[in-house]
Design a binder for this molecule. Structure first.
Ligand code: TYD
Length: 149
């Protein structure tokens, strides 16, 4: 894990270079440790998500993620350890979202969008917090809650 990213507690946009030109097309590359902060253990993608559903509704405890809308537009509604609520709109294939642990997220998809997720760990259901109440409680219980007052 890249140390400057290890201390980040909020989600943020993460841009990768676009190699190419418009008359030929483009390629973007994620390569650890060259241009991404963690080693990739798992890649998954989601597709054919209806426009009228909100997915997500969870946080992770240890997982680091880099998420791209490789097609279409994907909107993330996040809440982090600071209780800071943000909206991130992913609509360029080379501009993703870096999500550290303990970020609650809800996700909306445009028609035909494809979400690509690069993850720091293998799938583990025990790493999920799937209830918002448990998310807030676990911040308090683990002294992770950073009070903004
Ligand atoms: P989930 O992460 O809950 O998706 P979302 O938050 O977008 O609704 O995953 C949906 C289902 O897929 C859940 O039953 C677990 C399964 N799953 C895996 O088996 N492996 C994986 O790597 C992921 C991401 C999900």
């Amino acid at each position: 894990m890249n140390m400057s990213f290890k201390n980040k507690t909020c989600p943020e946009y993460f841009e990768l270079p676009s190699i190419g030109e418009s008359n030929l097309g483009f390629i973007s590359v994620a390569e650890f440790p060259n241009n991404i902060p963690f080693n990739i253990k798992r890649v998954y993608w989601t597709y054919h998500t209806p426009e009228n559903v909100l997915r997500g509704h969870h946080s992770h405890k240890d997982l680091y993620q880099l998420i791209f809308a490789v097609s279409g537009t994907i909107t993330f509604y996040t809440e982090d350890r600071h209780r800071n609520k943000q909206e991130f709109i992913l609509s360029k294939p080379n501009v993703g979202l870096y999500i550290p642990p303990y970020v609650w997220r809800e996700i909306k998809f445009s028609h035909n969008s494809v979400l690509l997720c690069l993850s720091s760990s293998e799938y583990s259901e025990t790493d999920y917090i799937r209830s918002y109440e448990n998310f807030i409680n676990s911040l308090k219980d683990n002294n992770l809650f950073i009070d903004i007052i």
